[in-house]
Design a protein around this ligand. Structure first.
Ligand code: HAM
Length: 426
């Protein structure tokens, strides 16, 4: 036998049991987003590399070390998207739906980053992303956060903390950055290797360092909040008021700087202490300068993205068995005639909205019942000569006390609806 081929490291298969939980999150998120007037946009997975260099920033970890970039057959540098914001802005400019307009959009799909894989961190991962354009007031920031709150509630999730910060305007941020660089350079001897590397190029990311030896230097660093311009400070205070009025708890984290360069003013992260090292489940903020930076006419914008693997992981911890996608009934067929009559019977049951698995390929009663059991179906519906003569089926409860009853086919849908707790009318 030749050697079996394995998946690319950090890129996972999602098996059917896992997909059911994903679908629950996806449908719940879609309903929540639609309730706030957000509409889905579908974007390419592959973009020109320059798009990410110009938006995320040439000196960020993502662009420097993590992008899946390659030259295509025409020698053009392309990149598998590491995130969705840049592509969404590109699409908005290209299709002319940003200028002087309000747009509320969302997207979902795979993203790619060549990071070191570990629990909760993958090379292909999935996001549900939300982007809103054309609104510069903090009520939009609050709306984005309230949407997250509603989603966590709808999924029955607990233990998510909202962390907030403001990065200020590009000007106030540049002034702060210069001051921070001077402070850190004066403490060069105390910086770890990673921070030394970041000192010149991306000093604000040093504030984000989790290195235990770095915490004292970070604690003594100039505080970004003290250097905010008046407009950003006012924006942040008003966001805080909106959140208080809506009863949303938050923690101001002055060290929250984010790993992408396009943010201005508000940044936020939803974190949990229940998933280990990869604690950020959702993150985002304002990026009022990005549309112009990418060649469009200036438009304010804000958004966030949820890390699906992490959100689903949290859901699995807190709700180990969500409603399963198993069929409600498995149709067992005894004999050739039953197989023929079984197909239209299964169709009639499905027309009534029931999930029915039909036993393809025949087999002994025992083997068929074993398959019925494995399918996870609540009921086995048995159709043989006797049942066909009487226009009945024999219904076996596979999950209860294995009671068998004979049910006339005319009332079978009502019977199954009642027993499975469904309300649907035939
Ligand atoms: P981000 O913080 O880079 O932001 O990613 C958002 C979320 O994606 C993270 O909080 C995390 O849950 C998940 N995530 C990121 N990298 C990985 C990975 N390697 N494996 C698993 N999950 C991961 C953005 O991507 C921005 N585009 C968000 C945004 C939208 N800001 C404004 N609009």
């Amino acid at each position: 036998m030749s050697k079996a081929i394995q998946a690319v490291r950090g890129m996972n298969d999602l098996l059917p049991e896992a997909v059911e939980r994903w679908q629950l999150v996806e449908t719940t998120a879609r309903d929540v987003l639609h309730a706030y007037g957000y509409r889905e946009i579908r974007l390419p997975v592959l973009e020109k590399s320059e798009l990410f260099t110009r938006s995320i920033g040439g000196q960020t970890d993502i662009v420097e070390k993590e992008m899946y970039s390659f030259e295509d057959r025409n020698g053009e540098s392309l990149t598998l998207r590491p995130e969705g914001t840049a592509g969404c802005v590109r699409a908005g400019i290209e299709n002319g739906f940003l200028h002087n307009q309000i747009q509320r959009l969302w997207y979902a799909g795979p993203m790619f980053r060549h990071e070191r894989p570990q629990k909760g961190r993958y090379r292909q991962f999935h996001q549900i992303g939300v982007e809103a354009f054309g609104i510069d007031s903090p009520d939009l920031d609050a709306e984005l956060i309230l949407m997250c709150v509603r989603l966590w509630k709808s999924l029955g999730l607990e233990g998510l903390t909202l962390e907030l910060n403001s990065l200020g305007s590009p000007e106030s941020r540049a002034a702060y950055r210069a001051k921070l660089t001077r402070y850190l350079a004066a403490h060069r001897a105390e910086l770890d290797e990673d921070s030394l590397r970041r000192l010149e190029k991306n000093p604000m990311r040093i504030l984000d360092s989790k290195h235990p030896g770095m915490q004292q230097v970070i604690a003594g660093a100039p505080n970004l909040r003290d250097h905010l311009d008046i407009g950003s400070r006012d924006h942040f205070d008003r966001l805080g008021d909106h959140l208080k009025e809506s009863g949303v708890a938050y923690r101001i984290n002055p060290q929250l700087v984010r790993g992408l360069d396009y943010y201005t003013r508000t940044v936020f992260e939803w974190t949990t202490d229940r998933l280990g090292a990869q604690s950020a489940v959702c993150a985002g903020g304002r990026y009022d300068g990005l549309v112009e930076q990418l060649g469009g006419r200036a438009a304010p914008a804000a958004g966030f993205a949820i890390g699906m693997e992490r959100l689903v992981g949290l859901l699995a911890l807190q709700h180990p068995s969500p409603s399963s996608g198993a069929p409600e009934a498995y149709l067992v067929l005894l004999g050739k005639l039953a197989e023929r009559q079984g197909l239209p019977l299964a169709e009639r049951l499905r027309n009534a909205g029931l999930r029915i698995e039909y036993n393809c390929g025949g087999g002994e009663l025992k083997a068929q019942l074993k398959r019925a059991d494995r399918s996870g179906a609540r009921f086995a519906l048995m159709l043989g000569d006797e049942e066909m003569r009487d226009k009945t089926v024999t219904v076996k409860d596979m999950r209860g006390q294995e009671i068998q009853v004979s049910v006339h086919q005319d009332v079978l849908i009502d019977f199954l609806n009642e027993r499975t707790g469904r309300r649907m009318k035939a």
